[in-house]
Design a protein around this ligand. Structure first.
Ligand SMILES: *[C@@H]1O[C@H](CO)[C@@H](O)[C@H](O)[C@H]1NC(C)=O
Ligand SMILES: *[C@@H]1O[C@H](CO)[C@@H](O)[C@H](O)[C@H]1NC(C)=O
Ligand SMILES: *[C@@H]1O[C@H](CO)[C@@H](O)[C@H](O)[C@H]1NC(C)=O
Ligand SMILES: *[C@@H]1O[C@H](CO)[C@@H](O)[C@H](O)[C@H]1NC(C)=O
Length: 552
């Protein structure tokens, strides 16, 4: 595979060289220097320590509980272990999922019980569960489960959220994308999330694969099939523990999870065990569904041209990049790949594989905008403090600041092991590399689309780490349900009725696959456009049939 470390960082220099950049793996945050760790798609594309002056200087209720005795057990009833049950401060009722099996996972959501969360959050359970039924299993995944806070119609769905990386914790999603409370870049404290997905469904965030976030054990997976097997082993234990058999499961996530999820879904369908794995569909944001050639290289220069005011590169540089794209064979493939209806399979034989325009553009834009954020191109300096330490292209934590999930009192409150927590693991979660082909060329995504009630792929138009045109081009080259690609360019208005946002992009649905482009959104769509993502989820779950509708 092509190296995707930006070229200016490809030298391996001694750490002591103030201009030097070391390619060796380094901890996310070192005190001496800022560490540049970028997760592309979130695929890890650079893990380099940058000791440059620029980066080192400018770093950048519910449940008031009381012990309530169970009602007297009638003598003829089978013996039941007496347990004391917490009771909701708000409803005065006992918690829905609290029982003998689950009480060890219960999280106190009373205001103040979770550090810095000064308001009540709803019933939830967190902790570790093994990836198999083996009594001596040493590998465990960390989860945080929140029952739905919505009405009856929301109780039978279980949505799983996965972040990417590989190796990025799904607690990023919980805290900054779709969870009940949110702590955004540059802000002082967490606040309630108006657009939490809990309103619509039961939600499960999982740190996976082994080696990610709070998960435990030694990573040993070789490919996506291994990953799926371990995830299914965990899910079986989770569903059994919480009695969630038969729930309608929807797998959602972003970035590199766009590679995990089709493989996990494929494995779930193959089990034919709807008691444990009643999968109904998937939703992927800015996903790693194909090779970098399609998702980054071919669309890079057209993306630059369309956003030229934001990139603000000198005209002469733009002209040079444009003629390079022609020479590399990218321009022809771009035009062919985005022709509707799809003219047929794309042949990449004549592409110059030595071209790396994505990196070339990145290196140029960093000169103009040292705070350029591959995950949201409209970001400029200053670098904002991020309570998870990763607010842009580079890790950044000012002196004295702490990473939220790395705090022992936070770990205690959420039944997490006491350990060093990193948003994106500096350990290899694929110790022998991820040898699986991407889901589109592997045929896995089309197989999953064909078996699902719905598949939604959405992409932020301000994302540079993966580019919307690349995703559309890849899908337009994919065969599913008897035909290749889309019959026309996505053009229906995508409407967000919340906060009267209105038209926020375009969409298309054909043969069970929906593709949506989201205006003004970076890579993490539920973070940058939470109202849009909330709407996507309503659509995925079948509560809204038409994404052009403005009905609440
Ligand atoms: C839950 O947290 C609140 C606030 O910190 C505390 O007053 C209460 O005792 C805790 N309840 C239990 C059962 O630990
Ligand atoms: C359980 O794990 C142990 C230790 O890893 C292993 O030796 C054993 O074969 C496993 N048993 C099963 C049934 O997989
Ligand atoms: C989610 O539910 C909360 C509590 O009922 C409500 O305040 C909020 O507006 C809901 N969000 C949306 C987008 O409907
Ligand atoms: C691509 O083009 C080359 C050269 O014309 C040809 O040999 C090859 O078979 C083509 N590949 C596909 C998949 O069509």
């Amino acid at each position: 595979m092509r190296s995707i470390i930006p070229q200016q960082w490809q030298r391996i220099d001694d750490d002591s060289d103030s201009e030097g950049i070391s390619k060796k793996k380094a901890p996310l945050f070192s005190t001496m220097k800022s560490t540049v760790v970028s997760f592309l798609c979130g695929a890890l594309f650079a893990s380099v320590t940058l000791a440059s002056s620029a980066w080192s200087k400018s770093p950048q209720n519910i449940a008031k509980l009381y012990e309530a005795a169970r009602p007297n057990v009638s003598p003829i009833a089978p013996p039941v272990e007496r347990i004391s049950e917490p009771v909701s401060r708000v409803t005065g009722k006992k918690f829905k999922y609290y029982n003998r099996n689950t009480k060890q996972f219960w999280v106190n959501g009373t205001a103040g019980a979770i550090p810095d969360v000064h308001f009540d959050i709803s019933e939830s359970y967190a902790g570790l569960l093994p990836i198999s039924k083996n009594k001596t299993e040493s590998r465990k995944l960390y989860f945080w489960f929140f029952p739905s806070t919505g009405g009856k119609e929301t109780q039978d769905d279980l949505v799983i959220w996965l972040n990417g990386g590989p190796g990025c914790s799904s607690l990023e999603g919980l805290l900054q994308e779709n969870g009940p409370f949110t702590w955004q870049y540059g802000t002082y404290l967490p606040v309630k999330n108006e657009y939490t997905w809990l309103n619509l469904t039961n939600m499960l965030w999982v740190d996976q694969p082994v080696g990610t976030g709070f998960s435990q054990g030694v990573p040993n997976i070789r490919n996506q099939e291994d990953l799926a097997e371990q995830f299914l082993g965990f899910m079986k234990n989770f569903v059994d523990k919480f009695g969630l058999h038969g729930k309608r499961i929807w797998l959602t996530g972003e970035s590199y999870a766009g590679k995990y999820i089709p493989y996990i879904a494929d494995a779930m369908y193959a089990k034919k065990d709807t008691r444990s794995f009643n999968l109904k569909g998937t939703m992927l944001y800015d996903p790693s569904i194909d090779d970098d050639l399609f998702l980054e290289e071919i669309p890079a220069v057209p993306f630059l041209l369309r956003n030229s005011n934001i990139f603000s590169l000198p005209d002469s540089t733009v002209a040079k990049l444009k003629s390079e794209a022609d020479r590399c064979g990218y321009t022809d493939l771009y035009n062919l790949g985005l022709t509707f209806p799809s003219p047929g399979g794309l042949n990449t034989t004549y592409v110059d594989t030595s071209c790396s325009l994505w990196n070339d553009i990145f290196n140029e834009v960093l000169k103009v905008n040292p705070c350029f954020n591959i995950y949201h191109i409209m970001t400029t300096c200053p670098n904002l403090w991020d309570v998870l330490g990763f607010p842009g292209s580079f890790g950044y934590l000012p002196k004295g600041a702490k990473i939220y999930f790395d705090r022992p009192e936070v770990q205690k409150a959420i039944n997490a092991p006491r350990m060093k927590w990193e948003e994106c693991s500096s350990r290899d979660v694929f110790p022998h590399d991820d040898t699986s082909p991407s889901p589109v060329p592997a045929g896995v995504l089309s197989r999953v689309v064909e078996k699902s009630e719905r598949t939604v792929i959405a992409h932020g138009l301000m994302d540079y780490v993966l580019i919307a045109d690349g995703t559309l081009l890849s899908l337009n080259n994919m065969v599913w349900n008897g035909a290749r690609g889309f019959s026309e360019r996505p053009a229906r208005k995508f409407v967000v009725p919340y906060a009267q946002q209105g038209e926020m992009g375009t969409w298309i649905e054909e043969r069970g696959l929906t593709y949506i482009e989201v205006k003004l959104s970076g890579h993490m769509v539920p973070q940058y456009q939470p109202g849009a993502a909330y709407r996507h989820l309503e659509y995925l779950l079948g509560r809204v049939k038409d994404l052009s509708s403005d009905q609440l």
